[in-house]
Design a protein. Structure first.
Length: 404
């Protein structure tokens, strides 16, 4: 345990680190890649260029310092980061260089304000926090490897089938090249790909939600094709345009803390755009394993051309009386309006939720872009939905902020 003096210094200076969190994050990654350029193969360079990882790191440092005597208060943050670390292969021996670099970044940004006493206190705090991560990640590695069909590191899969789901989403059905059994997963979890792309200096790592309920012999990911002229589009365009049936790809075992519980509580699944993938996995699992559980499924898309799995969800609704499916289109096409096969033009708001969710005593599972998530969470809180009933995943490292 940390001594009282160290705790006092860390907690009193945590607000200062929060104020300078973005600068500390930027300086940290600059120094880290100078010391260990091989880490370019691990960290998502797209999020680096967008500044998202820097922002997430800075906030995580502040939050850990603020709650240094009660890390359970930020347990969701720790669990989410640890799941990501296990998925991309972070090792215990990498923590010391991260700690050294972090302290140097703090000193570089704060200058003389970062006294030796403050740096020493934060060094002790980092060691304490790092041990918590290392212990949790060790357990995750062991559990993942020891489960039936589990593995450590990356495993080769081949594309058994490639299916276009909408104008910009394609599904990839993956089977193991070694033809051995594969690990099951919890609805809502993701696979992590290590992509070796021709012409790229470093490997690219991405997380893609599993879009199907757990099955025995394959995984399915459904990938949105991003703009090929932006950093975000490097891997998605590689998959859409270059990877064909029979080609090989490397993945780590399923991971993630955004998972569906198996209670009988009514659930509301809300997605925006490609955020449909993890909640679709949840939906498929519920109708198969808990057919009597009440489910409301709400999806927001630009229009029908950008609405993957539309027919599949509608068929499920027709076959399951406990499922209610709703669609919001931001800009419906003329054909959409003529068919009338959507429920609201515009955005999901509190009035729409109140009109279509049968009971507030539901668990809400949300996934989409950050603006989408912010809007939905605000609407739910305005409706006085308890925080513990709101579960979410956002495809961004800033999602660890947890500041709804």
């Amino acid at each position: 345990m940390l001594d009282e003096k160290t705790i006092g210094i860390v907690q009193s200076t945590a607000p200062v680190l929060k104020e300078h969190s973005k600068e500390i994050g930027r300086r940290f990654y600059t120094l880290l890649f100078e010391k260990a350029p091989d880490l370019y193969n691990i960290f998502n360079q797209t999020n680096q260029k967008r500044g998202l990882q820097q922002e997430a790191l800075g906030y995580a440092v502040y939050a850990a310092g603020e709650h240094i005597t009660n890390l359970d208060a930020i347990k969701p943050v720790i669990e989410r980061i640890s799941q990501k670390h296990r998925a991309i292969g972070i090792k215990a021996e990498q923590y010391p260089v991260v700690g050294e670099t972090l302290l140097q970044a703090v000193k570089d940004v704060l200058g003389d304000a970062a006294t030796d006493e403050i740096i020493e206190a934060w060094g002790k705090a980092y060691g304490y926090i790092a041990d918590a991560f290392i212990d949790l990640e060790k357990k995750l590695y062991e559990e993942t490897e020891q489960q039936t069909g589990g593995w450590r590191g990356y495993r080769d899969f081949y594309v058994d089938k490639k299916v276009k789901e909408s104008e910009d989403v394609t599904s990839f059905y993956l089977k193991p090249k070694d033809q051995d059994v594969i690990a099951t997963y919890k609805p809502g979890q993701y696979l992590t790909i290590k992509a070796e792309i021709p012409g790229e200096k470093y490997t690219h790592i991405r997380h893609y939600s599993l879009s199907e309920a757990p099955v025995k012999d394959y995984y399915r990911i459904s990938v949105k094709r991003e703009d090929q002229n932006t950093p975000e589009g490097i891997v998605s365009n590689y998959l859409h345009e270059q990877i064909q049936t029979g080609d090989s790809l490397s993945f780590s075992a399923p991971a993630g803390d955004f998972v569906l519980d198996n209670s009988s509580t009514p659930i509301v699944l809300i997605s925006g755009g490609i955020g449909i993938t993890p909640v679709l996995s949840m939906l498929n699992a519920v109708v198969s394993e808990q057919p009597n559980r009440q489910v409301t499924f709400i999806h927001a898309a630009l229009n029908s051309q950008y609405h993957p799995f539309k027919d599949h969800v509608k068929q499920l609704e027709n076959n399951h009386s406990n499922l209610k499916s709703l669609v919001c289109y931001e800009a419906p096409t003329t054909e959409d309006k003529q068919r009338g096969d959507f429920d609201k033009e515009g955005y999901i708001d509190m009035d729409f939720l109140k009109s279509n969710v049968s009971t507030k005593d539901s668990d809400f599972y949300l996934c989409g872009s950050l603006p989408f998530m912010d809007a939905i969470i605000r609407a739910l809180k305005d409706w006085e939905i308890p925080t513990e009933h709101i579960h979410y995943e956002s495809f961004s490292p800033v999602a660890i902020l947890g500041e709804e």
